[in-house]
Design a protein around this ligand. Sequence first.
Ligand code: ADP
Ligand code: ASP
Ligand code: MG
Length: 439
Amino acid sequence: MIKVCKFGGTSMSDGMNFRRVAEIVNGDPDRRFVVVSAPGKRFGNDNKVTDLLYDAHTALEEGGNFHSAFTKVRDRFIGIAREIGLTFDIGAVLDECEREIEAERDRDFTASRGEYLSARVMAELLKAPFIDARDTVRFFEDGRLDAEKTFALVKDALKGKKRAVVSGFYGAYPNGKIKTFSRGGSDVSGAIVARAAGADLYENWTDVSGFLACDPRIVDNPARIPALSYQELRELSYMGANVLHSESIFPVREANIPIRIKNTFRPEDEGTDILPVEKYRFTGKTVTGIAGRRHFTVIYLEKSLMNAEIGFTHRVLSVLLKYNVSFEHMPSGIDTMSFIIDSSLLGGGILDRLCADIKEAVHPDHLRVFDDIALLAVVGHGMSRNVGTSARLFSAIAASGVNVRMIDQGSSELNIIVGVDSEDYERTVRAVYREFFGE
Ligand code: ADP
Ligand code: ASP
Ligand code: MG
């Protein structure tokens, strides 16, 4: 049995937690390969090392005090090394990182040093070899992961090793230049190593006891989801349940490797299993989980006889393509059509220009823009088996006094997406949670 374990930032936040992680790994001989994040927050308003590194890069670029910014990173690692009684000279490794960061002046390289240092320290603590993701995780020139090459390189690096520690979050282009994944990307690194190792299980260790039915920062103590399918995970994580990076299922799904979410601080708790849908036993629950995100913009178009106008959608999509803007959902009626777009793609005057071009291209009777919309996804295979789910959902939202701006039911019947004003978002999550999970 091979288990690959990924430990997130809070699990690596100080020396005591490094020891805790080592104890978990040492407690099971199947835990062969370990992927680590950079140290995260130790307490509420603490900084993650990755954020400190981004600050240091900004200081370097904008003429701020780079050395004093880097000292904050140095102090974190010196502290950890001291607490665990590290034998190698962490000061010298930090000096080298500082010099390289100054020489490279590259944002991704700078950010990657958190995971690099973390993995080196953990390797020393576990007395296991360190594998640098720079040598094993490959990106194409256009920034996509070269999965085939990566799996082969990681596999090769792991070969013959009883154990190893791999740095998370980054890899490199063919020329060796470092590139990071998006934030939270060590989850993806863990999945890559699990796939390359042919693991039987990918354990993802974090600071909560599993995937919860909704964001614990909105509802106190939400129910744990004992098991969910890859598809449900994809929907929930993409829509904002950031306990697991939304791209982390791709490497493991093809090989049917299950993911288990576990709590580093309560290792005896059960956690959540994420499984291929064939292995997933229907729990009888209508809704598996709720997730959501703020900051969407809705562009709403209305035109009489839109349905009969050949090429209408095509012309609108061509405008989106021109501005390189992707959309999340496209709910439509006979004479209406809306595009739900992540607002961050529409800054810098793009929204105005895009709307002007759409008007020019299709001459709608009305074009309206709703900004600051939050989307809430209600996800579960059980929804298609239980009649009346939408009625329950919308009555619960109406009873809480919230106005629904948009509805989109996925064709897979795995999710219903509801758009509400951002200011109503938390209230809606609580109402929906109460309806489907309340006592
Ligand atoms: P790590 O540093 O271990 O990768 P993250 O901070 O990325 O951990 O993810 C864990 C956090 O995700 C939890 O502390 C919790 O606040 C948040 N979270 C949001 N939605 C959920 C959810 N549905 N279930 C569990 N945790 C969630
Ligand atoms: N350290 C990186 C971040 O803070 C990656 C990760 O923790 O997964 O986003
Ligand atoms: Mg994370």
